[in-house]
Write a protein that binds this ligand. Sequence first.
Ligand code: 8DG
Ligand code: MG
Ligand code: MG
Length: 144
Amino acid sequence: ANSEMPVPRVGVLVFVLKGKSVLLGRRRATIGDSAFALPGGHLEFGESFEDCAAREVKEETGLDIGKIEILKVTTNFLHEEPKPSHYMIILLRAILANPDQVPQNIEPDKFDGWDWYEWDSLPKPLFWPLEKLLQDGFNPFPIV
Ligand code: 8DG
Ligand code: MG
Ligand code: MG
């Protein structure tokens, strides 16, 4: 295949759940700048989705997660990027391995910081792919 050709990439995004809250950070990026988004990133060669989820959450927030479960697979097209991108997005959920652990802003060039937000009063604006997902009725919490 021609190496100049754009290819779909795999994005792994994690709903880290704590009680009724989820972990969100304000993006610093060309697209979705200052919108609230999930921790996550690109799948690396040789990784399972769960390995990638744990690695990205650790790299971005310092948090250790457990009970990692795949919830949904979706496609995101980000046409507004300088280079349009096509993501196969894997959405997972997880909980803190140690409930006392506090998120740290390890990549301050990418995020303003991390905090817990109650599901019923999420901050605005959400990064639009996340906003759309929630408008479609997606809920990462286990059914009780
Ligand atoms: P890496 O270079 O560290 O591997 O990856 P990253 O820099 O951490 O990747 P990312 O941008 O955080 O995530 C990959 C893509 O996933 C991102 O460019 C766009 C897409 N994406 C969504 N929704 C969300 C979201 O809520 N949060 C994040 N972080 N990315 C999202 O479609
Ligand atoms: Mg990331
Ligand atoms: Mg990353």
